[in-house]
Design a protein around this ligand. Sequence first.
Ligand code: PLP
Length: 357
Amino acid sequence: MTYLDYQATTPLAPEAREAMMKWLGGPDSVGFGNPHSPHRMGRQAAAAVELARERVAALFPSGGRLIFTGSATEALNLAMRGLPGSGSIAVSAIEHAAVLDTAESLGNAYVLPVDEHGLTDPCADLLDNTRLIAVMQVNNEIGTIQPTGEWLARARQAGALYLCDAVQAAGRMPVAEADMIAISAHKLHGPKGIGALWVRDGILLQPQITGGLQEAGLRSGTLSPALCAGFGAAAQLALERQEEDAAHIESLWQLARGKFTGWQVNGSEEARWHGNLNLRKDGLDVARLMSDCREVMFSAGSACASGSGRPSHVLKAIGLDDAGAKSSIRLGFGRYTSAESLEEACERIISAAAQQG
Ligand code: PLP
């Protein structure tokens, strides 16, 4: 079996798993304390949470604070719903549903288009009353990398704040500069069930979950020391290995890209995270391909949209029609993908596609 769905989730790093184990102990261990309890076990758990916070915070620029959440989806909701004030929210057409649907439910949202390469234009028209701009760093479906520095400058000029969904970027490349940044542990070889929102100092948010006032009152609920420790270890490892991982992934990209001659790449090939190869072949029956290649775990469009039967909003935003979007596949690879397994999987996919005639 070959796992080629690194945009959906990534394998847990053994180092992250190891860091979690101490906090998953039973009644005879000291590791099950509530990090918000004042006694010794509680303080030990709290120390593990704070060490993890420092490790995750090292992914971000200085001058902000980190709030642990249950997912990046929750972090994005906190950023968008928690920001006080009225005015419009500008979101790129290729944002994840966590941003698009939240913006829509808040009202006063409008969409920033992308070009055929899947890139936003920081000179695009903005409404005068725009208070928040949300443009992601790396797209989850086609891997395109947005000009985040220019978006921050544009937001400053427009008197708006800049929110960046860095879920697919964090741990793989330096995280964008923004006013608020959301990330998720399971996309960087950490555990599922934990994310974080980085908030620039001076920005005040309204809590969306009320209760025990954890996370400085912004996100009530008992934190899991195990999830925090796993997130922290994964973030630390990702920083240490960033260059090595990037070089490995670049060599995988060269290998896979070279195999798919005659297929079109969806989205820019240059302004792109090369761990994402989103490809299209005219007339391809993706459902049949997936059933013919059951030993290869890959995706037809984004993991969230797949199964819905709806063509991907990202592929449509770059100008593909329904047929084009439905004949596209996404291969995602990373740290633990070997060149041999990738090569074999690509050959399997290419040969199964060729048999479709
Ligand atoms: N944003 C992007 C770009 C994603 O790829 C995902 C997950 O697929 C999310 C947000 C949501 O992350 P989580 O699974 O932590 O809610």
